[in-house]
Design a protein around this ligand. Structure first.
Ligand code: AMP
Ligand code: TRP
Length: 333
């Protein structure tokens, strides 16, 4: 039987960035031809940060448009919005009831985010976020979850919860594995190449956005922070800036880092950056244009998402009813 895949992305910003694209989304597209793929815009997860309703609505639509634009094909994949399938919250609650407080407290993403905003401004939803994520995944019984490196710990927790449930209440869940591509698992910020490229960076100067104009992205790449020295060589410890650009260039072109390095022997950073800018903008240009096109027809987007929700719901409600039964909850007669 074809293996199943599930992944999710938060609609928390106006545009996805190159880290999302190379770290996760490109794998989503590739897996469509070999796997039974479920992709979810996790709007409920986006409620853990401050909500501006008009903006959130716009960002959910922009997320769907970008996913279609990169090549997610609604005929091959089930593309849907998390809040359209209530079983996510229902199973999330079950997982909250089998997760230890200390276990949840060890999640580094929670620790980082709550430390940044302080206890008074940290919501409980941020703490229980990984259990909702486990529900997103396990409802669909996938074998694989394609994500970037920052999600490894959440997938580990998901595996633990699946195994715990199975051993206490009977074999219900497939235990999924993370699908993380080593070379692109962590794309770095162009201005701060020791931090990951992130939508929540204080400045967007080092973040390449899929919906940015080509001109803006050329400017960002040309002003990327590079390191002292002149040679275009991969050395993450001493040359994080150049190494990051080499990883980006290699991921997009499909060439090895070594063969790219060979092209720049005797040349400088300037030539290299110019070429990286070109290959990145030529890759993103058609994606941006397609996304803007999809955004022109909101009804067509809503129709695709509605059909996706229907397909997702059929799978999710089946899993949920097995879970409830295994727990001893009585079915409504
Ligand atoms: P998020 O925007 O946090 O919902 O992340 C969406 C997906 O992109 C997840 O699978 C992340 O692991 C991945 N991702 C986010 N930032 C990066 C990055 N800088 N490099 C590689 N993957 C990333
Ligand atoms: N926590 C993930 C992130 O920040 C988003 C996410 C939510 C997710 N549910 C998921 C990713 C299920 C994979 C599978 O990127």
């Amino acid at each position: 039987m074809t293996e199943r895949v599930l992944s999710g992305i938060q609609p928390t910003h106006d545009s996805f960035h190159l880290g999302n694209y190379l770290g996760a989304l490109r794998q989503w597209v590739e897996l469509q031809s070999t796997h039974d793929t479920y992709y979810c815009i996790v709007d409920l997860h986006a409620l853990t940060v401050e909500v501006d309703p008009a903006l959130l609505r716009k960002r959910i639509l922009a997320s769907a448009a970008q996913l279609l634009a990169i090549g997610i094909d609604p005929k091959k994949s089930t593309l849907f919005i998390q809040s359209h399938v209530p079983a996510h919250n229902q199973l999330g609650w079950v997982f909250e009831c089998i997760t230890g407080f200390g276990e949840a407290n060890r999640m580094t993403q929670f620790k980082d985010k709550s430390q940044k905003s302080g206890t008074d401004r940290t919501v409980v939803g941020l703490f229980t976020y990984p259990m909702l994520q486990a529900a997103d995944i396990l409802l669909y019984q996938p074998e694989l979850v394609p994500v970037g490196e920052d999600q490894r710990q959440h997938i580990e927790l998901t595996r633990d919860l699946a195994q715990r449930f199975n051993s206490r209440f009977g074999e219900v869940f497939t235990v999924p594995g993370a699908h993380i591509l080593k070379s692109t698992a962590k794309i770095m910020d162009l201005q701060e190449p020791t931090s990951k490229m992130s939508k929540s960076a204080t400045s967007l100067a080092g973040v390449i956005e899929l919906l940015d104009t080509p001109e803006a992205n050329v400017k960002k790449i040309k002003s990327a922070v590079t390191d002292t020295g002149r040679d275009v060589t991969f050395d993450e410890a001493n040359k994080p800036g150049i190494s990051n650009l080499l990883s980006i260039c290699s991921a997009i072109s499909g060439r090895t880092v070594a063969s790219i390095e060979a092209d720049y022997v005797g040349k400088g950073y300037g030539d290299f950056k110019k070429d990286v800018a070109e290959i990145v903008t030529e890759t993103l240009r058609p994606i941006r244009e397609a996304a803007l096109g999809y955004l022109h027809d909101e009804q067509a987007l809503l129709d695709i998402l509605s059909e996706g929700a229907q397909r997702a719901e059929a799978v999710a409600s089946k899993t949920l009813s097995i879970v409830y039964k295994s727990l001893g909850l009585l079915p409504r007669s």
